[in-house]
Design a protein around this ligand. Structure first.
Ligand code: AMP
Ligand code: MG
Length: 326
């Protein structure tokens, strides 16, 4: 089984939250499958009609974004860029902003997060699920197509060299979480949890005013948790780890988080990185980048970002967390 479901953590997180609910409280949940993962939205203290309307609006938003950002949907903005063979491609203003934000997060992380890693991820078979260990020459060739300088904008159209492309997989769910959070808050929701396959977004506090209890999945065994903390709302909790997607060849594990410097799965001393902050897109990009950086570089990086909380789990099972976490 190549793709490990992370939904277990999400259902348990929600379970933990429900333990804190008062009797008779109006709680409504809806589960969706989209972007290759299970998603769940739980709304507290709303009436049933509004809950159902909001589930429908949120699902439309999920599909709308999937249709813009998926590598595998031929008509998406991203897939059209990737198939463009150097031609100019008209894309939505939203995708333009998403790419520009990704480029600045790439600069912030000194290139560890880089959406132009697309040709390398493709070579390893992570889009088609036809996994293969590439030849070194092919990796070198694909790496020659990686780099933000390959993205050129002309208003709301973009050009990239033939065979290059972009992959928003390390940021899209973070962005989606931000969008769903805005939709729910604009519609008066004051207490909610959104689970997007590994990402958890909290809105407000529990309906009884207490903080949420969030559990982080163990990178070492399915259905177990390695760390739990209490949090007040309006935060995204985003985890990246090699265990989320990988294949095995000749007894060696090859995972899906690629180091753009080497073209190989990042040889990290971290087993998982959880980033907690208000900006879900940023948390998502950082969780991927800091996994690649490894423990020492990640801690130096995090020491400069006061607004971000974190939980790093090393391969030695050490848990390193920011001081503000309970
Ligand atoms: P995440 O689960 O958020 O860490 O994102 C991992 C996904 O992002 C992978 O499955 C790839 O599709 C893509 N990806 C892999 N390596 C990188 C990288 N260095 N920068 C940006 N995206 C990446
Ligand atoms: Mg990410």
């Amino acid at each position: 089984m190549i793709k490990k479901a992370v939904s277990a953590i999400l259902s348990v997180v929600t379970l933990l939250l429900c333990f804190g609910c008062n009797k008779g409280e109006r709680v409504f949940s809806k589960t969706f499958f989209a972007m290759g993962t299970m998603m769940k939205i739980t709304l507290y203290d709303v009436d049933e009609m509004l809950a159902n309307q909001l589930f429908s609006v949120c699902y439309d938003e999920i599909l709308r974004e999937e249709n813009l950002f998926s590598v595998n949907i031929a008509a998406s903005d991203v897939a059209r860029i990737n198939a463009s063979k150097g031609d100019n491609v008209n894309i939505s203003q939203e995708t333009v902003l998403m790419i520009k934000n990704s480029v600045s997060l790439s600069r912030l992380t000194e290139g560890a997060f880089d959406i132009t890693v697309y040709p390398v991820v493709k070579l390893w078979g992570f889009y088609s699920s036809e996994y293969a260990v590439p030849e070194n020459d092919d990796i070198t060739k694909a790496l020659g197509l990686v780099g933000n300088k390959n993205i050129e904008f002309y208003g709301s159209s973009v050009t990239m060299p033939e065979n290059s492309g972009i992959d928003l997989g390390a940021i899209a769910k973070g962005y989606l979480g931000d969008r769903l959070k805005s939709i729910l808050k604009e519609n008066g929701v004051e207490s909610a949890v959104i689970s997007l396959g590994g990402n958890v977004i909290l809105i407000g506090n529990k309906a009884n005013g207490e903080p949420w209890s969030v559990a982080i999945k163990s990178p070492f065994s399915q259905n177990e948790f390695i760390y739990e903390f209490l949090s007040f709302g309006n935060l995204s909790v985003v985890t990246s780890g090699a265990y989320e997607r990988y294949f095995e060849k000749n007894g060696k594990i090859y995972h899906h988080i690629i180091d753009p410097k080497t073209g190989f799965p990042a040889d990290s001393d971290l087993a998982s990185v959880t980033i907690i902050g208000e900006d879900g897109s940023m948390c998502d990009a950082l969780s991927t980048a800091l996994f690649i950086m490894g423990k020492e570089k990640a801690l130096t990086f995090l020491s400069k970002l006061e607004e971000i909380s974190y939980v790093l789990v090393t391969n030695e099972r050490e848990i390193i967390k920011s001081e503000n976490l309970s």
